[in-house]
Design a protein around this ligand. Structure first.
Ligand code: AOF
Ligand code: ZN
Length: 402
């Protein structure tokens, strides 16, 4: 399963809106007979690649797959049927498919065909890899990461979508990698009008390995961490035999980089057609309360209700993005939207890059929040990770419940 998760992670930058899925066929004599991972929506599922690679050796074999095999006819036929036809004896699954079209029916179908099914193996790692897909399926909205940049005293100098305060190129490359992984970047009209950011992946592009070399496949900035969530199962902990195994036949060693969707929340539709954020290359969403606004070419207008202040109603905006098949968003914005998202409890994870400098009390804070009458009204967070990225600190935190 550790290997299947590694394979699934190869789709980290390319499977949206589909989940990242990996599969390994192990023959009765304990050899890996086939491997596969899902590469792009509309193309074959992980199980199909793995079964194809295994051929006749799938008969009587064990199939390790990071997501329950599907039971529905989507863009591709049901994988559960392919597993049954291939003569697999046992299927080991990391997590159930939260897609209501599947949701246990794939497992039922396998069991009905007499296949032994085990579930929940390395489930936490699988859920983490697909936190965006799971969020969209279960909550109808994307997983939201709010990225902020500040001085050590928590101050920011600019309205900054593109974080002009971040001087270190390491931190910038890290943010570009996060944009690629999230698959969508969201900001406010205020930030667009102030900074005219592109919000595309540029610095990271050269760091994305497109070669066939196994060693260079996992995209990772120096010192960075997502893959070490799988770290305990990295190559070094696998048996030498597994380590020598070749990559899957299909799409061998290829990582597809897709530019992230770009999303602008713009209540009164003020962002001009020539804003850089609308430049071509990805899906672009203009979320506004004005249904009469004329969207620039290639930009999709999502009209949502206004809140009591006349701004975009945030829960409605994120629900609309869920409907538009956005799994995960990286929010890069100024203090106003940051504060509003935190107050609306729409932030799942907070990333704060802290530069080694002090801006003093005249500079603005990170998130605009109403003044507190009592300390127990404070917004509580829990740190989940701290690391150094170049000269900066990167702190990951999650809001506490309640
Ligand atoms: C994937 N890749 O490896 C697996 C998936 O439109 P379709 O036919 O590609 O179906 C997509 C759904 O299939 C997806 O939402 C998930 O529920 C299920 N499993 N999807 O893209 C895979 N195993
Ligand atoms: Zn499938």
């Amino acid at each position: 399963m550790a290997r299947a998760l590694q394979l699934a992670a190869l789709g980290r930058l390319s499977t949206f809106p589909n989940p990242r899925v990996g599969a390994v066929v192990v023959s009765p004599d304990g050899e890996i007979a086939g491997e596969g991972w899902h590469q792009r929506a509309g193309e074959a599922h992980a199980e199909v690649f793995a079964l194809r690679a295994a051929g006749e050796r799938a008969r009587g074999a064990d199939l390790y797959v990071t997501l329950e095999p599907c039971s529905h006819h989507g863009r591709t036929p049901p994988c559960a049927d392919a597993v049954i036809t291939a003569g697999v004896r046992r299927v080991i699954v990391a997590m159930r498919d939260p897609n209501p079209l599947v949701s246990g029916r794939g497992l039922d179908r396998l069991r009905a065909a007499g296949i032994v099914v085990e579930t929940g193996v390395m489930q936490a790692a699988a859920l983490n890899l697909n936190r965006g897909f799971v969020s969209r399926m279960e909550r109808g909205r994307p997983f939201v990461t709010l990225k902020l940049g500040a001085s050590l005293d928590g101050r920011t100098a600019t309205a900054s979508g593109e974080s002009q305060w971040i001087t270190s190129s390491e931190a910038r490359a890290d943010v570009h990698r996060l944009r690629a992984e999230a698959g969508a970047v969201l900001t406010s009209s205020e930030t667009v009008l102030a900074d005219d950011p592109q919000l595309t992946v540029r610095e990271f592009a050269s760091a994305v390995p497109l070669s066939r070399s196994r060693e260079r496949v996992a995209p990772q900035a120096p010192g960075e961490g997502q893959p070490e969530k799988l770290g305990a199962h990295s190559d070094s902990t696998l048996s030498p035999r597994l380590r020598r195994d070749p990559l899957p036949q299909a799409g061998e060693g290829t990582i597809f980089l897709r530019q992230p969707d770009r999303i602008v929340l713009d209540s009164s539709a003020r962002v001009p057609a020539n804003a850089k954020v609308w430049s071509s290359g990805a899906r672009r969403f203009w979320v506004s309360t004005r249904d009469s606004a004329t969207a620039p070419e290639g930009v999709e207008l999502l009209t949502v209700p206004a809140d009591t202040d006349g701004r975009v109603d945030l829960p409605a905006a994120f629900a609309a993005l869920g409907t538009a098949a956005v799994n995960e968003v990286l929010v890069e914005c100024g203090p106003r939207l940051a504060g509003a998202l935190l107050q609306a409890k729409l932030v799942d994870e907070l990333l704060v890059y802290l530069a080694p400098s002090l801006l003093g009390s005249e500079a603005r804070g990170l998130a605009a929040l109403p003044g507190l009458a009592r300390l127990d009204q404070r917004l509580r967070l829990r740190y989940t990770d701290v690391r150094q990225i170049g000269p900066d600190l990167k702190i990951t935190a999650v809001p506490e419940e309640g």
